[in-house]
Design a protein around this ligand. Structure first.
Ligand SMILES: Cc1cc2nc3c(=O)[nH]c(=O)nc-3n(C[C@H](O)[C@H](O)[C@H](O)COP(=O)(O)OP(=O)(O)OC[C@H]3O[C@@H](n4cnc5c(N)ncnc54)[C@H](O)[C@@H]3O)c2cc1C
Ligand SMILES: NC(=O)c1ccc[n+]([C@@H]2O[C@H](COP(=O)([O-])OP(=O)(O)OC[C@H]3O[C@@H](n4cnc5c(N)ncnc54)[C@H](OP(=O)(O)O)[C@@H]3O)[C@@H](O)[C@H]2O)c1
Length: 499
């Protein structure tokens, strides 16, 4: 039976890994009449594009994207040509020179195309890979580069259309003429693949704003970090010990003044019982004093710090989402989650909108599952319908309740508790199998080799015993050699998945 979906045109926001997976899945359906992937950068690649010169970094402690990344004012009467906008848009990426991937290549790459090599590769490998993926699937013709989606507004059903449509306001920067070209386009469905590591977050701390005003060059964020050279001989304090804090502190050892101080709020997966050599741990900062003294929660302090590097992550931003016209916000910053979502991918009240890439989990590979499930659903070729609205609402409410009670994040889908497989399996079931004529991509199986790699290969040692096996000097040495570790594990937490 050919599908009967009314969705014939689909807009995709973003040409990173998520956009690449979505484009491939939509094309494979051989059903949609118009697919456009809008990307504000000059090339596909998303997060993995390296910008040698970082964006200037406005420092706004405690401020969230509705303040730090607001919507642009859209000119009236489109189409129209205007001088280029000068509002800060956070388009550059946080990639630094020494960055390598932290997920084994076999598990990070899409199922139908491997990374050039592995297991942990320099940042240019995934960048080239994402760009190539568009060509491999002949979806490069869908790309509208240099084009920012500035507004997404839902249009009500019209006389000839029983269902909602979406009006996108688009802005293309014409570098030759140094102008912005604005226009509007309508689509039956929209898939958001806009990423969520663009707008940096710096927490509010007593005295920080005054400190920034008095010492304007001292505070920075990992988004702006490229290399340790500018910190040579300086007394540096990093805040945060997640992936950026861990990586940057190691990058600075041996270049910045010893020790490199690292302020930690909680124990990270890779933290042993004490810091690696060259690093000194500090607790959370309590206050910045006008003298320049930085006081910590245990009353200890540091004077004469030359540089404070916030590695405190990012906040998702959807400046293009017209909450007023669409009658609801997309993201709840207080709850740190999408509003009205189902399975981190679909929207309970908006059947022609979907999003890929929000969960913190296996990245590229999970985008592939999301993309295939969405493409098949939008083409009307899915195997299972989405559950009734009450069941979707129940899923969201129950997950919100449970993650809140456990102090976890709504969109974190960890591997170790089997949650990743359960989540991917849900998408697998919605998508179903391909057709006898081969239309549509089929959700990939998770091979035993992939599962082994996720569970045994680590960029850094993680358990205390692994730290003991590899002392801190060895960790530095392994890192210098581009080394990685194989972790011995007796227990596989995914009973039944492996023989
Ligand atoms: C420093 C760092 C290191 C990382 N390392 C790893 C790693 O080792 N392994 C791993 O699996 N993951 C890693 N990640 C996570 C990484 O973000 C994902 O791997 C993946 O690249 C996310 O893909 P995405 O397509 O969802 O988002 P992105 O790669 O961010 O792509 C989104 C795209 O949307 C575009 N866009 C946004 N808004 C608009 C708009 N309004 N109009 C048009 N275009 C728009 C952006 O320009 C961008 O190109 C890392 C992230 C960071 C920040
Ligand atoms: N390939 C790589 O090696 C690599 C390198 C860098 C980044 N990445 C990826 O990039 C993404 C972002 O990573 P990230 O490390 O930049 O951000 P992140 O994972 O969100 O971590 C933020 C860090 O800031 C701390 N923090 C947040 N608010 C704080 C506060 N108010 N006071 C003190 N500490 C606070 C957090 O502590 P808590 O843990 O206590 O919340 C955490 O250590 C992740 O997907 C990551 O995997 C990958």
């Amino acid at each position: 039976m050919p599908p009967k979906s009314h969705i014939k045109s689909v807009a995709v926001v973003g040409a990173g890994a998520a956009g690449a997976a979505v484009a491939a899945a939509l094309k494979a359906e051989n059903y949609f009449e118009r697919i456009q992937v809008f990307e504000r950068r000059e090339t596909a690649g998303g997060t993995w594009i390296y910008d040698a010169e970082p964006d200037p970094l406005p420092l706004c402690p405690g401020k969230l994207p509705p303040d730090t990344d607001p919507a642009l004012e859209i000119p009236e009467a489109l189409p129209r040509i205007t001088p280029p906008v000068d509002q800060k848009r956070w388009t550059k990426t946080p990639i630094y020179n020494s960055l390598t991937t932290n997920v084994p290549a076999i598990a990070m790459s899409f199922s139908d195309s491997q990374f050039a090599y592995g297991p942990f590769v320099p940042h240019h490998v995934p960048r080239q890979y994402v760009e190539n993926y568009f060509s491999i699937h002949k979806t490069d013709s869908f790309l509208q580069l240099n084009t920012t989606v500035e507004d997404i507004t839902k249009l009500p059903p019209s006389k000839d259309r029983s269902s909602e449509r979406w009006k996108l306001t688009l802005r293309k920067h014409d570098a030759l003429r140094r102008v912005d070209i604005w226009w509007e386009e309508e689509f039956d469905a929209v898939i958001l693949a806009n990423g969520h590591y663009a707008v940096p977050y710096i927490p509010q701390v007593i005295g920080l704003e005054e400190y920034i005003a008095k010492y304007p060059d001292r505070i920075s964020h990992s988004k702006k970090y490229r290399a340790p050279t500018i910190y040579a001989g300086k007394k540096v304090l990093l805040i945060g010990n997640s992936a950026s804090g861990h990586d940057l502190s190691l990058d600075l050892v041996g270049v910045a003044k010893a020790p490199v101080y690292q302020s930690r709020r909680s124990k990270a997966r890779w933290d042993g019982d004490g810091p690696l050599s060259g690093i000194a741990w500090k607790p959370v900062i309590r206050e910045y004093l006008p003298s320049g003294r930085i006081v910590f929660e245990d009353d200890s302090y540091l004077d004469d710090v030359d540089a404070v590097l916030y590695c405190t992550g990012y906040q998702p931003s959807f400046p293009f989402w017209n909450a007023q016209a669409n009658g609801r916000p997309l993201w709840d910053y207080a709850a740190n989650k999408l509003v009205g979502t189902y399975w981190h991918t679909f929207f309970q009240d908006l059947g022609t909108l979907a999003i890929v890439g929000v969960p913190r989990t296996l990245t590229f590979r999970s985008f592939e599952y999301q993309a295939i499930a969405i493409a098949r659903l939008f083409a009307g070729r899915n195997a299972l319908p989405l559950p009734p609205l009450e069941e979707q609402e129940q899923w969201e409410a129950e997950r919100a309740r449970r993650t809140r009670a456990e102090g976890k994040k709504f969109h974190d889908v960890p591997w170790d508790e089997g949650q990743t497989i359960e989540w991917l399996d849900g998408l697998f079931r919605i998508a179903g199998l391909g057709t006898i004529r081969g239309e549509g991509l089929v959700p990939p199986a998770l091979s035993p080799e992939l599962i082994w790699a996720v569970e045994h290969l680590r960029k850094y040692p993680e358990e205390p015993s692994e730290h003991e096996e590899k002392g801190s000097d060895e960790v530095h040495a392994a890192r210098a050699e581009g080394g990685w570790v194989v972790v011995q594990r007796e227990k596989l937490p995914l009973g039944g998945v492996l023989p």
